[in-house]
Design a binder for this molecule. Structure first.
Ligand code: SF4
Length: 259
């Protein structure tokens, strides 16, 4: 069971600032001038205290020297750890993101491969191979039989896959929150250019098939919309002004001079 009691550091380790500084200076050797003022301490656990010192090294603005001192059961004070750690104002590298999570739509170039893991939650098997372990050849044979029988794709979208796609599309520029949809006079569900799709998302999404619209060829939500809606009509004052009848100018240059 985890104890929630406040740790008791003991007066010796709390005041062992000079011991901590000496250990740090000895460890840094000729770089000892990089150690600045004592900034405070952190009680880590019973008898364990970390003393913090400013780092005055060039290029390390906001970094601190951290020296952890320990005294257990009244024994001698020992120095356990000397490290340089970033403070709140330190410049540090951004958190590392695994390569797979860094890839964004649009990053793939022709010829690039992006394999999907066997356990990707967005996909579920369309059929099973059975309980017996199969080698690659046997799996290929099963796939061929499944193909011959018309069982279709090896994997299809899982409920998670559908949910993720619906969420992504709904919040995209083809959803109801896009500025063009907010300003649209009508929604896609009543537009003649909306192509219906089949499947679980058919009630909420379709494909825009208006070559003049920004969303042509894209999945749009039923409550998206744009000014190219099939039933949009211009009001009288929005209609272009009629062009006046042309007038043939018969005045010659000589007549013009006599005016
Ligand atoms: S033209 Fe506009 S309103 Fe019609 S389906 Fe396409 S995006 Fe929706």
């Amino acid at each position: 069971m985890t104890s929630t009691a406040t740790p008791y550091a003991g007066p010796n380790v709390l005041t062992a600032v000079e011991d901590a500084r000496s250990a740090l200076v000895a460890d840094l050797g000729r770089d000892a001038s990089d150690v600045g003022d004592h900034l405070g301490n952190v009680v880590e656990s019973d008898g364990v205290v970390t003393h913090l010192f400013a780092c005055t090294r060039k290029g390390y603005v906001g970094w601190r020297w951290s020296v952890t001192v320990v005294q257990l059961d009244g024994g001698p004070i020992t120095v356990d750890e000397l490290v340089l750690i970033p403070g709140d104002e330190a410049i540090v590298a951004p958190a590392w993101v695994p390569y797979r999570e860094r890839i964004q739509p649009g990053d793939l170039s022709p010829g690039d491969l992006l394999p999907v893991g066997d356990d990707d939650p967005r996909l579920v098997p369309t059929y099973f191979f059975g309980d017996d372990p199969l080698d690659a050849d046997a799996k290929a044979q099963v796939r061929q039989v499944a193909l011959d029988l018309g069982l279709g794709r090896v994997r299809t979208l899982s409920p998670e896959g559908y949910d993720a796609a619906a969420e992504r599309w709904y919040e995209s520029e083809s959803g109801p929150l896009a500025p063009i949809a907010q300003a649209a006079p009508h929604h896609c569900h009543s537009c003649g250019f909306l192509m219906r799709i089949a499947g679980h998302l058919a009630q909420h999404f379709g494909v825009c098939a208006n070559g003049d619209a920004n969303d042509d060829g894209r999945v749009v939500s039923m409550d998206h919309g744009c000014g190219a809606h099939s039933e949009v009509r211009l009001s009288k004052k929005q209609e272009p002004l009629p062009v006046p009848e042309p007038v043939i100018d018969t005045i010659t240059p000589d007549e013009l001079e006599n005016f």
